[in-house]
Design a protein around this ligand. Structure first.
Ligand code: NAD
Length: 260
């Protein structure tokens, strides 16, 4: 049980992040939800998780593109629940364009949100983990942290960077009861993937089904989307005692993509 532990999940108002926050709360952890917005629904989401699981849940607004905000998120979590034991770096965005046409501001934003935020939150969380004598860093990278596709230069560079940051974090904490690992999912049907479908339909004159099968799942040998629950279950496993000696590595949850 993760009772008494505090889990921070960045970018957790939808998709994979929300699924991980729910899973960790069900396992007893107090969870801190995060996004860059500050709507009534954001706070309601946290309230519902608290009601359904009996764990503490709090929504903290913080823009993961902003270094100070990343660090403040960890400080607020520690203030609210007395620690920062589990850090799940999940916030991420995508933009698809060829390198010569890739907007510079999109490049900078993707590197900031998908990569640099994990550096800032890790820097802020490690002292809390050391004080508690236990910690887990779970970085949500991607199959694109291990292999590339055209037109996603910023995302793929950031995700490869996250894998490198994960290994370094693991080495700096290797003799302590702290682990750092990256989960590398293949395609999961979330708002992030959904957003790429209409453009692809138009670009290739395909139906939604054709885009899903022939474009998105083309490189996923299982021909099935990974589910949010499967990624969340992997995150929970990395927080369990069975994973005490798993550190500095990647776990692919990708239907065989990186075996190709
Ligand atoms: P999503 O769009 O459903 O969720 C992204 C979350 O990040 C949302 O809660 C959003 O509000 C938040 N977010 C966006 N910008 C932010 C910012 N500036 N500050 C704080 N929060 C911000 O996407 P998802 O598919 O659930 O993706 C979650 C993570 O999983 C990402 O890092 C993504 O790269 C990774 N991933 C997704 C897939 C997939 O197929 N969906 C595959 C591999 C890896």
């Amino acid at each position: 049980s993760l009772k008494g532990k505090t889990a921070i999940v960045t970018g957790s108002t939808s998709g994979i992040g929300l699924g991980i926050a729910e899973e960790l709360a069900r396992a007893g952890a107090n969870v801190v939800l995060n996004s860059f917005t500050d709507s009534a629904e954001d706070h309601t989401l946290a309230r519902h998780i608290a009601e359904e699981t009996g764990a503490g849940a709090l929504y903290v607004q913080a823009d993961m593109a902003d270094a100070d905000a990343c660090r403040a998120l960890v400080a607020k979590a520690a203030e609210a629940f007395g620690g920062a034991d589990i850090l799940v770096n999940n916030a991420g965005i995508q933009h698809v364009a060829a390198i010569p046409d890739f907007p510079v501001e999109k490049w900078d934003r993707i590197i900031a949100i998908n990569l640099s935020s994990a550096f800032h939150t890790t820097a802020a969380a490690l002292p809390h983990m050391r004080k508690a004598g236990w910690g887990r860093v779970v970085n949500i990278a991607s199959a694109h942290g291990l292999t590339a596709s055209p037109f996603k230069s910023a995302y793929i560079a950031a995700k490869h960077g996250v894998v490198g940051l994960t290994k370094t974090t693991a080495l700096e904490t290797a003799e302590e009861a702290i682990t750092a690992n990256a989960i590398c999912p293949g395609y999961v049907m979330t708002p992030l993937v959904e957003a790429q479908i209409p453009d692809t339909m138009e670009k290739y004159g395909m139906t939604r089904e054709e885009v899903e099968r022939d474009v998105i799942l083309a490189r996923q040998p299982s021909k099935a989307f990974v589910t949010i629950e499967q990624v969340a279950g992997t995150a929970l496993f990395l927080c369990s005692p069975a994973a005490d000696q798993i550190t500095g590595t990647t776990i692919s949850v990708d239907g065989g993509w990186t075996a190709l």
